[in-house]
Write a protein that binds this ligand. Sequence first.
Ligand code: 9YT
Length: 133
Amino acid sequence: MIVRRLKDILNTTRDVKTETWASRRLLLRDDGMGFSMHETTIFAGTQTHIWYKNHLEAVYCVEGSGEVELIPSGEVFRIEPGTIYALNKNDRHWLRADAGADMRLVCTFNPALVGTEVHDADGVYAAAPEVAA
Ligand code: 9YT
């Protein structure tokens, strides 16, 4: 069994930060679960362009609020505690946190992230290299 605590991974290689978010990667590919699970903080008043062409992501909001705007349709979905959204069509989108408070999210990725991923210029996470047989 794996038991891991958020406080034990802060400021380690499992704690990845950008200008608009911090991702604490609690479970990664090497943990062998077939998915990764992260606690992500989206900084208040920011927006991030995201397009997970190589992954499916589900996101559950536990704190704060914001919105997802799909590209190119412009359809907007409010995100607040108790809301889950699933990018089941590799949906390209803007993710925005309302001003005033950070948004705290629990995120899962399939396939699992290896741990070093950050968005490229198109908002994409690179596909993980194959594991040697
Ligand atoms: C919701 C979202 O995708 N935010 C960007 C960070 C990502 N969740 C991650 O790497 O944990």
